[in-house]
Design a protein around this ligand. Structure first.
Ligand code: NAD
Length: 317
């Protein structure tokens, strides 16, 4: 029996390239895919991964209950970065290797897009012209501003690289920051309090964990500079949304640009969607043609490496 790679996530057909699938087939794997066009039920997911050696996952859950359905599972590759849908401790106990893919450039480029878009009122300009209007608001320039990068991992560092040409001051808060890596990118490591107090733009690049949940709340927003902007391309759980809405309504914050929300997908009653000073995207920061292609190849390569006794290309544990 050939070792099985399961692709239980809904959009695998659009996202995983034929080249990546061919790599796995050529390496002797059998592929089992979710062709329903919808998210699988828990029972369907269990059935699909039952005999799998490897899983390429989306945002579906892999907890103790799910993992117990797959006794042969040796590696799970997240077709993305966030692993908040994984019980990493349970995976470790079961000896399951976990890997992610690298989409740092795509997300960092999108963070730059959101930063520029929100400080330059892009949404309102587009809207006024479409409506046959001519509302010419004054915008801000990024030059000489201070950008606070919360989390100096793959995406935070790539953002710092991309911002080099804008003549900005850059601060970062990350308990695990390597001083020399920050210095090489002209970034100053500081405490969270200092970052919030001194940044004109705060951009979030940390994982959602019990420790980081609602990191941005009424109290931390109060520490931010008056008229600052907040950008979140990480996870919605990092922000207490009602506090953000209040700060945007009162003018404490000048604007927010968000790709992620506390509840996804959002619904029509999203309070943030009723405000003029928000720029909103539907969790797309990593969705590029280039990233999808590379993600497929990375997933295939990682699985083949684990099959031969190695580790995933971007291991999580
Ligand atoms: P990474 O693991 O490379 O970096 C995360 C960094 O956060 C690490 O350097 C870590 O030390 C730091 N960190 C952890 N806890 C922290 C805390 N409490 N305070 C400050 N820093 C802390 O991850 P990455 O690839 O840079 O991705 C960052 C986040 O972006 C991911 O966790 C994911 O949730 C999110 N993401 C979103 C999208 C999207 O589509 N919007 C796509 C990819 C990734």
């Amino acid at each position: 029996m050939k070792p099985i790679v399961a692709f239980p996530f809904r959009h695998h057909g659009e996202l995983v390239s034929p080249d990546a699938k061919k790599m796995l087939l050529d390496a002797g794997f059998e592929l089992v895919c979710n062709d329903t066009g919808r998210r699988l039920t828990v029972e369907e997911q269990k059935e699909m991964i039952r005999d799998a050696f490897a899983v390429v996952s989306g945002t579906e859950q892999y907890d103790e209950d799910m993992l117990s359905a797959a006794p042969n599972l040796k590696v799970v590759i997240r077709f993305g970065v966030g692993t908040d849908n994984f019980d990493l401790a349970a995976m470790k106990r079961r000896g399951i290797a976990v890997g992610v893919i690298s989409n740092n450039n795509c997300v960092a480029e999108f963070a730059v897009t959101l930063i520029l878009g929100v400080i330059k009122n892009i949404r309102l300009f587009d809207q006024t012209v479409r409506e046959g209007g001519w509302a010419r608001y004054t915008m801000h320039e990024l030059k000489s501003k201070t950008v606070g990068i919360v989390g100096f991992g793959r995406i935070g560092k790539r953002l710092a690289q991309l911002l080099q040409g804008f003549d900005v001051e850059m601060l970062t808060y990350d308990p695990y920051v390597k001083e020399e890596e920050a210095a090489a990118l002209n970034v100053k490591p500081v405490s969270l309090e200092t970052l919030l107090a001194e940044s004109d733009v705060v951009s979030l690049h940390i994982p959602a964990t019990p420790q980081t949940r609602h990191l941005i709340n009424k109290d931390t927003i109060a520490m931010m500079k008056d008229g600052a902007y907040l950008v979140n391309t990480s996870r919605g759980a990092l922000i207490h949304e009602p506090s953000l809405v209040e700060a945007l309504q009162s003018g404490k914050l000048a604007g927010a640009a968000l790709d992620v929300y506390e509840r996804e997908p959002v619904t029509e009653d999203l309070a943030l969607g009723k405000l003029d000073n928000t720029l909103l995207a539907p969790h797309v920061a990593a969705l590029s043609v280039e990233t999808n292609y590379n993600a497929g190849i990375t997933s295939a390569e990682s699985i083949i490496r684990v099959f031969h006794g190695g580790t995933p290309l971007y291991p999580v544990q």
